[in-house]
Design a binder for this molecule. Sequence first.
Ligand SMILES: [Zn+2]
Length: 142
Amino acid sequence: MTIQIECPHCHAQNRLDPARINDAPNCGACHAPLLTGAPLAATKDSLPQLLKHSKLPVVIDFWAPWCGPCQQFGPTFAAAAKDMAGKMLFVKVDTEAEPEMGQQFRVRSIPTLLVIEGNAELERVSGAMSAGQFKAWLMQFI
Ligand SMILES: [Zn+2]
């Protein structure tokens, strides 16, 4: 079973074996790293596979395009994804495009940040954080 992943660089759709999720796969179109240096946009199909197969802790940003604080927090999340590539997997879930996932993870406000490892939720925080707060929060999981 493969999952569909949009390249964060050229937005090409890639099919990927989820067992390779921690092997730094490259985009088939532009050959840039698919999963390092940029958050990965997950869908209701790809997220369960990512969570199942990732050997790294997964941090999920539940956001929506209409949410101002989410937009402000976006660059902080992206910068952390770049800094901590190879230590954690950074995933974004658009709760407007994927409303089932917000319900499944009982997300009541956005942005909500969730850390999951081995299918267990370690911690969640609702509301945007500063870059310093976010980094300090993440350090406890690596
Ligand atoms: Zn690409």
